[in-house]
Design a protein around this ligand. Sequence first.
Ligand code: DLL
Length: 388
Amino acid sequence: MKITADYINTLNDIEKLPFTTKNDLRDNAPFGFLTTSLEKCSELHASSGTTGIPVTVCYTPNDIDVWSEVMARCLSMSGLTKKDVFQNPIPYGTFTGAFGFHYGAQKIGALVIPSGQGQSERQLKLMKYYGTTFISGVASYATRLSQVAEELGIDLKKLEVRNGLFGAEMFTIGLKNRIMDSWNMDVHDIYGLTEMCGPGVSTDCDQHNGLHLWEDHFLLEFLDPKNLEPVDLEVEGEMVLTTLTKEGMPILRYRTRDIAKIYDQKICECGRTHIKHSTIKGRSDDMLIIRGTNIYPGQIESVLMKYPEVGNNWRMIINTEKQVDQLTVEVESKLSLSQMESMELEENLKKDIKSVLVFNPKILILQPKSIVQEGLKAKRVIDNRKRE
Ligand code: DLL
């Protein structure tokens, strides 16, 4: 069906439009989705492209202004002011993370330290030296920093850091609480994706019970991923997003694959009226079916984070043995454990995880720092099952 402008009179008419998927963007990469000439664009970012062709997004100067604005809102909602010293330990490159935070913090007028990628010891030294008060990052990196601080004998609570804004990957409440405790800081969750702008689509306010999404820039639909029909408030669905103000590369009805739900609340206790969604439960393509049970890695993490003896690093390994799925959950302990302590932890985890999964997983308690993380985002699932 050929759609013309006459078909679209209200926001609800969006249902007449087709969806956009990551494959559509890849098939037309790098510049096939631009609605303006390249000359009018001033910056480009891209997804990592680990699973194929990177998704490339181009921004006009106005798109950069909008991105700075939504990021400034997320940062301000998390407590950033112009009095803050803001350290940004995210790689400055084609990944959207670092620049989004950088532009937003500058718009607020904070002092920005573009500390960039990794080198945890250096990051901690910079925090001490400059009296950093606010940090950003990929969620699992905050836990990496706390691990390194512990090894170096640095007491995080004695640093000036009092606020952190993290996201970019699965971020369970359990992990968030852990970061809050070890740093003695307030932690907020930021959601976003390259296709919309990068970070800056939504963040939780001080109520910490949902993320406000900037509806004046992104139109949100919540759909059942199976039949693509709208789901009710408070019911889990896939977030489908449309950019409302982008010039360089607007995107209609983008299927994010991210699963969450919208809360039924007109006005938040914080006074904001922007719609509020739950933390991201996982991506529909991350959902695993193990022995017929649907499971998101976040459900396992939520169990693990309840145990203070469990470290921050873990992963699920799925194999097929005698034609039956076998799940092993590898878990680093926080400190070295005796054999007895290790066995006790293993038993407790097995029982607790079984109540989520219905079947018995194998649990392997590893020494601290046994799992090597490669790449920017933590890889929690290794699925070795052969697909027909
Ligand atoms: O990860 C943008 C970003 C950077 C967000 C820094 C927040 C902080 P992509 O690399 O395109 O962009 O990955 C987007 O990451 O569709 C989600 O599946 C996941 N994701 C992002 N934020 C969260 C979050 C950036 N707060 C994909 N919780 C999205 C859970 C998240 N998952």
